[in-house]
Design a protein around this ligand. Structure first.
Ligand code: ZN
Length: 381
């Protein structure tokens, strides 16, 4: 109604097929005007990665106030608990939210990537106006998603999340690692757009690639743009119209109001920089200096346990290490023999295991190196 203040709308999305044994429902909160600009933020797609859900509480509070004050310039969609299926899972007392217990599928892999289909359907549809092309591509992307026929509840959830996000200008997917300093995954063509976010969040490692393998959520939103730009190069201008990032909010036990409020403030400041909202008052804190320059995801070295054993770390998270530095020691509890795990590359030691006894082959750490040396599947399982 004209003159009525705009207020947040809640949308409920059924996830379960009728007559299943359990009924899951996803909730999305829509703030601000149904504007041309759109921001999408979701928390805890891996359901046992809790920090994002607390950040979402601060975001909800601030967005409600900003909306009441008429300060929103975009529609901002917040999904504070992105994985109701995973949130219901526990194994013998331990929350278990990374994989669907029924199938073993990772909740943040195998999102439908629509670029291949769009290369066909967009033929003859695009013109010389980049903004018009963006609108046409978003329409085709939504149509391609509509054709996705989910095989189970987890796929219905993935389709629902992607439908909410695919038309957004900015997509932020809030995760965390086992034990980690804050780090960010995004696309190489988005380097300049992500740099202020990396500084505001005080990211210790900002890891970029054009394709990580595994089809994670953020890439399903962003990668189609540079793939289509490459495909239609010389013929039609296509900008990288979706800035999407996965933000790893430290480790799974780094859940505190102080951290969550600071993270929410950093996200809102980033949205302000991009013209999506106006803060109630100018942020008087100086713009923070970045902790790192972005590096290639292909330069990340995963450290694998060479044997089973009790795990002792010799480096702190966030430390800069040299090739050959001892990162950890593994002690065989029966023989008492120990072996050292050394860095194979110089860089930032940014993530490590939350376990202190591990089996051979388990991932016990990640180093953000400077020189690309890997290809193919760049994400852990
Ligand atoms: Zn995750």
């Amino acid at each position: 109604m004209p003159g009525q203040p705009i207020t947040m709308r809640v949308q409920k999305h059924p996830v379960s097929a009728p007559h299943g044994s359990a009924i899951y429902e996803l909730n999305s909160f829509h703030f601000g005007p149904a504007a041309e600009k759109r921001v999408y933020i979701q928390a805890s797609l891996h359901a046992d990665e809790v920090p994002g859900m607390l950040v979402a509480q601060f975001l909800r509070r601030r967005l409600t106030a900003l909306e009441a004050a008429g300060k929103l310039r975009a529609e901002i969609v917040l999904v504070p608990a992105a994985n109701p299926i995973g949130l219901s899972q526990a194994v013998h007392g331990a929350p278990f939210g990374r994989f669907d217990l029924r199938t073993g599928a990772n909740f943040n892999r195998a999102f439908k990537h629509v670029a291949a289909e769009l290369k066909q359907t967009l033929e003859g549809e695009l013109g010389d106006d980049a903004a018009a092309n963006v609108r046409i591509i978003r329409r085709h992307a939504r149509a391609a998603l509509a054709g996705w026929k989910p095989a189970d509840d987890a796929e219905t959830l993935k389709k629902t999340l992607l439908e909410l996000a695919i038309g957004a200008d900015i997509v932020l997917d809030l995760h965390c690692d086992n034990e980690a300093v804050l780090h960010i995954y995004s696309g190489t063509p988005l380097a300049a757009a992500i740099a202020p976010l990396s500084a505001l969040m005080q990211s210790h490692a900002t890891l970029l690639t054009t394709a990580s393998g595994g089809e994670p959520f953020d890439e399903a939103c962003s990668r189609l743009w540079w793939e289509l730009a490459q495909h239609f190069a010389e013929r039609h201008p296509i900008p990288a119209a979706c800035v999407a990032a996965t933000i790893e909010l430290r480790g799974e036990r780094d859940v505190s109001e102080q951290l969550a409020e600071a993270d929410a403030n950093a996200i809102l400041r980033y949205l302000t920089l991009n013209g999506m909202l106006e803060l109630e008052s100018a942020d008087e804190n100086p713009f923070p200096s970045p902790l790192c320059a972005a590096t290639a995801l292909e330069a990340v070295q995963p450290l694998l346990a060479p044997q089973a054993g009790v795990l002792l770390y010799r480096k702190a998270l966030g430390e800069r290490v040299e090739a050959g530095s001892v990162i950890a020691e593994l002690i065989d509890p029966v023989s008492g023999e120990s072996s050292q795990v050394r860095a194979g590359t110089a860089g930032v030691f940014f993530a490590r295991s939350a376990f202190r006894h591990v089996l051979r082959g388990m991932n016990i750490g990640k180093i953000a190196g400077r020189t690309a040396f890997r290809e193919g599947q760049l994400l852990s399982l």
